[in-house]
Design a protein around this ligand. Sequence first.
Ligand code: PBG
Ligand code: ZN
Length: 350
Amino acid sequence: MTEPTSNGMKKHVATYTAAEPTEISSILAGGYHHPLLREWQNERQLTKKQLIYPLFITDNADEETEIASLPGQKRWGVNKVVPYVEELVKKGLKAVILFGVPLAEGVKDPVATAADDPNGPVILAIKALSKACKDLFIMCDVCMCEYTSHGHCGVLREDGTLNREESVRRLAAIAVNYARAGAHSVAPSDMVDGRIRAIKRGLIDAGLAHKCMLMSYSAKFSGNLYGPFRDAADSAPSFGDRKCYQLPPSGRGLARRAIERDLAEGADAIMVKPSTFYLDIISDAKDIARNVPICCYQVSGEFAMLHAAAEKGVVDLKIIAFEATYGCLRAGASLVISYFTPDFLEWLEE
Ligand code: PBG
Ligand code: ZN
């Protein structure tokens, strides 16, 4: 078909006849009109195997206390956490990550002695959980902030800055003691430079490196999303902040360098944290660390925000939990640490 143009020339205009079967690529709906087809669009499927559930363990063995700022989450004593986790395992829970919350008076000191106390909450919980749940994968967060009198993640110098050498020595000792107690994985979240090498060295020297996965919180950003966790773990710094060891939110290049470095230092898996606000970093991690699993941590502030929004009627909790988690998978994560894990065990079939 032709039609006149302003300069009097004839111009060819496309028509959609059977003879010219063009432009049909715009009909996308055929590809997702059925619920199964919508599942088939997933490049990565969310399953129970990919979820890691964070647990807060206190030194009072019979404690079971709701954490106000983390809906549905509790601080658990060792005696109480075992039956709780046994029930979750029946529903398909595969992995947990343990955080210690020492509440006893006077237990915190400048070098986090309580972190690897053989009678402290984490080591007792590793032993109790591995005995009760044979197939459960037990990870331990490795950090000092829950146990230091100053609330920072390492050993400090007199001027209040991190003492790197002392910190990595202490962190390696803590990690090795968790592995010795039976942890299947240690995950250092302190962000002190060089701790992956020190921990790997420690695991090798202790003869444990072959049975303990070292997952590095490589790309962990400082920011405003850890508040509820610090309430839960009583781990807020008593002065200053963590901006000189956790990465600045705009530090994409620093995150890439940290991932490369931690791989070179012996990390078996790489973590990005937080998750939803850092999907570009997850994608970078997937790209840079192609040969190891990529994990992301949907942190306490993200979880609490989604709950708050659901309570306000802004979102539906279940739908938004799936949407947020699928964002992480699309970006490149294959593992997700999530406070939604008990919910997903109800929501997912496998
Ligand atoms: C300890 C640690 C923190 C989190 C995991 N490990 C807190 C922090 O760095 O201040 C945060 C987890 C969350 O917010 O859910 N270093
Ligand atoms: Zn810390």
